[in-house]
Ligand binder design. Structure first.
Ligand code: FAD
Length: 427
């Protein structure tokens, strides 16, 4: 059997349309959205519902960016806990940001329900699994902070986490019942379908190569020679950001996340591994994340090499991690291997920019954008529809390229090797 070097396990909805809206320079749009992932499509859907005329352009096919390739774990919250956010952003903005962070998974599951999206999903929670005492303490603090705000969360002891995951090696963990799992490719394509049905135009294989100003409007040029005019432009290109807006790509460090999926598990193993269907991320410095798919496979992901993969051996570290936590899976074939890009920022927060009037950019999903970008798109649509800056969960900040950006990736690769070694020592 031929092995593809990027072969996701996720399914397109059966009735997936082609997204090929005609591009016209004759009309002035309210907004052109560059990037047809979850961020761009959620913005388009909500903007169209608010009565705005919008056009989404994606350089590739819908679902080929991170949005269709990810682990499908719908996790609320940010990398930081509520008390840190309030300390950092102040009482008012920080509290609003905590509310926003708490709501991101709701946005996804509400969209699936309200828009009747054909998306396999299960809302049975996310477990943050702790493999050290330090990680357990962090989980206890996170639990206290979210529980005091009414979130449906729970600390797990060693016996509980063993029963819920069927995995070896955890001291305990934290269950966030607000979370769940989806098929991310179906979700992205369904968002595109309902955005188009709501009146947004969506065109794939339309790479934007130039932005210009003309008589108070934005002129958007595509590689194919089309031109569009719009009052606003939203760059929703995240880890796939190119040189379209000078400096923007140098504000993020794009990293590769790799994933594997086993063959569908035999019934006895399926009953002992994640019997409740939760998603899991563990507490290692180079974390792994896993879940079962709707068709009963174990899907596991983690950091991958910075260069493009060239053989199945590039996923071998994930196969070793799989057997380390589930020894019974040794010998179960790995049927799918794939990877995508995530965008990290130095402060581990998403960044919103507005370098010129009507030109907006969102980058830095930190590998947790399914809920975050769904919710951010909704807020961005509110902003485009005339809302003030308070509509946006994060303050608009100047574009600040990371110093020595070219060397940053070398540093990241070295840090990954070092952290893998520390993780191995803690096993
Ligand atoms: C392997 C992997 C696993 C992950 N697992 C999870 C997870 O389990 N849970 C979670 O919450 N998050 C996860 N993430 C992160 C999540 O996928 C992203 O945060 C999210 O999809 C970002 O959505 P987006 O719309 O901002 O960007 P994307 O989906 O990446 O879309 C950006 C789009 O911009 C387009 N583009 C770029 N330049 C141009 C241009 N010049 N013209 C036109 N189009 C352009 C690209 O073609 C691309 O389609 C994972 C990511 C990866 C890669």
């Amino acid at each position: 059997m031929r092995t593809s070097f990027s072969d996701p396990v996720w399914q397109k909805p059966k009735a997936a349309p082609a997204f090929q809206s005609a591009l016209s320079a004759a009309v002035t749009l309210d907004a052109v959205i560059v990037g047809g992932g979850i961020m761009g499509l959620s913005t388009a859907l909500h903007a169209a519902r608010a009565g705005l005329s919008v056009q989404v352009l994606d350089a590739g096919a819908i679902g080929q960016g991170a949005s269709g390739l990810n682990g499908g774990q719908v996790i609320p919250g940010l990398k930081y806990d509520p008390e840190w956010l309030i300390g950092h952003f102040g009482n008012q903005r920080g509290a609003a940001l905590v509310d926003f962070a708490a709501s991101t998974a709701d946005v996804v599951f509400d969209l699936i329900r309200d828009e009747k999206l054909a998306v396999p999903f299960m809302r049975s929670g996310w477990i943050q699994a702790a493999h050290t005492e330090t990680a357990l303490k962090a989980a206890a603090s996170r639990d206290r902070q979210w529980r005091s705000r009414g979130a449906d969360v729970k600390l797990l002891d060693q016996a509980e986490i063993a029963a819920m995951t069927g995995a070896r090696g955890y001291l305990g963990g934290w269950l966030d019942r607000r979370a769940g799992v989806i098929d991310p490719l179906s979700y992205t394509m369904e968002l595109a379908r309902v955005a188009a049905a709501a009146g947004a135009k969506v065109a794939e294989r339309q790479k934007v190569v130039k932005l210009g100003r003309e008589a108070g409007l934005w002129r958007v040029s595509t590689q194919g020679g089309s031109e569009l005019r719009a009052k606003s432009v939203v760059l929703a290109t995240n880890a796939y950001t190119d040189s379209l807006l000078p400096g923007l790509a140098r504000t993020i460090v794009p990293l590769h996340s790799f994933q594997i999926a086993t063959a569908p598990l035999p019934a006895d193993l399926a009953a002992s591994i994640l019997p409740g269907g939760q998603a899991v991320s563990d507490s290692r410095r180079i974390l792994i994340y896993y879940r079962k798919s709707a068709d009963g496979r174990l899907v596991l992901g983690g950091r991958g090499r910075m260069a493009l993969p060239s053989s199945p051996a590039d996923w071998a570290h994930l196969e070793r991690a799989l057997v380390r936590i589930y020894p019974a899976l040794a010998g179960i074939p790995i049927e799918k291997r794939w990877f995508g890009r995530v965008a990290m920022t130095p402060d581990h927060l998403p960044h919103l920019h507005q370098p010129e009037q009507g030109l907006l950019a969102v980058v830095g999903c930190q590998g947790r954008g399914v809920g975050l970008m769904s919710a951010m798109g909704k807020r961005m649509a509110g902003y485009l529809a005339g809302g003030d800056g308070e509509q946006l969960p994060f303050p608009l900040s100047p574009i600040r390229p990371i110093p020595f950006h070219a060397f940053r990736q070398v540093g990241v690769a070295a840090a990954i090797t070092w952290y893998r070694m520390l993780d191995a020592l803690e096993r």
